[in-house]
Design a protein around this ligand. Structure first.
Ligand SMILES: C[S@@+](CC[C@H](N)C(=O)[O-])C[C@H]1O[C@@H](n2cnc3c(N)ncnc32)[C@H](O)[C@@H]1O
Length: 171
């Protein structure tokens, strides 16, 4: 059975509809729980993940059951120009800082002007082991993203996750 979509996405569906979001990129889509939820809500959804994960998804699904699957190494050649990128628990599993930056840069380049980014990561707490790179405080996430030409609109963080809604700055 498909697991539940992220609460952050469920809570923001109406905001996305009210703000003319049509095309969405689920960047680091995993087992497609959020992609399928958004597809069923009427959005046009592109799901992007690593080659290994895409192979896994294809082996679990009927051919073409999910029409827009993108291998992350080819994402930039698609020039998607989406209204929204959803990124849930991806940035916190990318270990290398340069790879993190590349991921955010690709996000920026996949968005249309003034497009939205919903970014959710595991939250660093007092229980997180010292030196662990797989979690963020609000400040760490904010500092990282604000250098990448996004403006923060809202904070939907919870005890376990940091969740920010950003908007791409115009040039
Ligand atoms: C913890 S899972 C989260 C999946 C999904 N977003 C969710 O909330 O269910 C992280 C996913 O990010 C993918 N991933 C890791 N690095 C990536 C990258 N550079 N580009 C795209 N996907 C990546 C992994 O393969 C994995 O499927």
């Amino acid at each position: 059975m498909l697991s539940q979509p992220c609460k952050s996405i469920v809570d923001l569906v109406q905001f996305f509809k009210d703000n003319q979001v049509v095309k969405v990129l689920d960047y680091g889509a995993g087992k497609l729980r959020n992609s399928i939820y958004l597809l069923n809500k009427g959005f046009k959804v592109y799901a992007c993940d690593t080659e290994k994960q895409i192979r896994k998804i294809n082996s679990l699904m009927e051919v073409n059951e999910f029409p827009y699957l993108i291998n992350e190494s080819q994402l930039m050649s698609h020039r998607l120009n989406v209204d929204l990128v959803v990124s849930n628990y991806v940035l916190n599993i990318i270990e290398d800082d340069n790879d993190k930056l590349k991921y955010i840069k690709n996000t920026y380049n996949s968005l249309k002007k003034r497009g939205y980014l919903l970014l959710e990561v595991r939250r660093r707490t007092e229980r997180t082991p010292r030196g662990c790179t797989k979690a963020f405080t609000k400040k760490e996430l904010n500092n990282f993203i604000l250098n990448c030409n996004f403006e923060k609109l809202k904070d939907y963080s919870s005890k376990r996750s940091v969740v920010f809604l950003y908007q791409k700055n115009g040039l």
